[in-house]
Design a protein around this ligand. Structure first.
Ligand code: ZN
Length: 251
């Protein structure tokens, strides 16, 4: 199985509600907040690629009524796209198709937060807010132990990049299956406390580019095949496929 090319999926992830992706409990040194979000070594919140990948995978597994699939079969779209445990992977399935990079806070969001501009003017901490949540004692029905949960505020945007390896023609259909997973995520939530309304996100300013093996061997840059919204991409799937086949066929 030989690499035909790579698709680059670039977009913004916009938090439509507060977002809480839990960090380690050991860095709870920020005053009252005992439930902090994951941050870089510089103290800036981010979305780990592994969290995003794991969430999309679990939504697709739910759709197929599978749970933690690790079959490694070539016929299993989930295992081919997202990967399997080291020993489970069958040779015919080939390498894991999808790489999801860590998503960092966009330059613009970071600047607005640091300067307390616009929607971030009342932010309590530099990049985050604290939200008090009551826990209900199930026996007495009394609210007790209010806890403060740290969240990335609504409106924050992260830079997201995924790379999808094209190893064979069937991978075009597998790529569309990944896109379906992104759609499912928009109708679900990312991170914790989804039942409280946290973690609604939108993929914004989607751009899909391709770099074929010929481009890699020469000096060509990746070519952008699509720019627009996720919804419009789904509507124009056929045109995208034609353009992609042309690029790949030009080998
Ligand atoms: Zn599987």
């Amino acid at each position: 199985m030989r690499l035909m090319g790579k698709l680059f999926i670039n977009s913004k992830i916009k938090a439509l509600t507060g977002l809480h992706i839990g960090g380690s409990t050991t860095d709870a040194a920020i005053g009252d907040i005992d439930n902090s979000v994951i941050k870089t070594s510089e103290g800036v919140p981010y979305i780990p690629g592994s969290s995003l990948k794991g969430k999309v995978r679990s939504l697709l597994e739910k759709k197929e009524d599978k749970n933690l699939c690790d079959c490694g079969k070539k016929t299993c779209k989930i295992c081919v796209i997202f990967g399997t445990g080291a020993n489970k992977r069958t040779e015919e399935a080939g390498p894991t198709r999808l790489i999801v990079r860590d998503c960092h806070l966009s330059e613009e969001t970071r600047r607005k937060m640091e300067n307390r501009e616009g929607e971030f003017k009342d932010l309590e901490l530099i990049y985050t807010e604290g939200k008090w949540e009551n826990t209900i004692d199930r026996l007495t029905s009394r609210a007790d132990n209010p806890r403060q949960t740290e969240r990335v505020p609504q409106g924050a945007e992260f830079d997201c990049q995924m790379v999808f390896n094209l190893m064979e023609m069937q991978d075009i259909e597998r790529f569309y299956y990944l896109i379906l997973g992104l759609e499912l995520l928009e109708d679900d939530y990312l991170g914790g406390s989804g039942s409280r309304g946290y973690g609604r996100i939108e993929f914004k300013d989607l751009q899909i580019a391709v770099k074929t093996i010929t481009d890699y061997e020469g000096t060509n840059e990746a070519e952008v095949l699509y720019e627009g919204s996720l919804k419009d991409f789904i509507k124009s799937k056929e045109q995208f496929k034609q353009k992609l086949l042309e690029k790949l066929g030009a080998e």
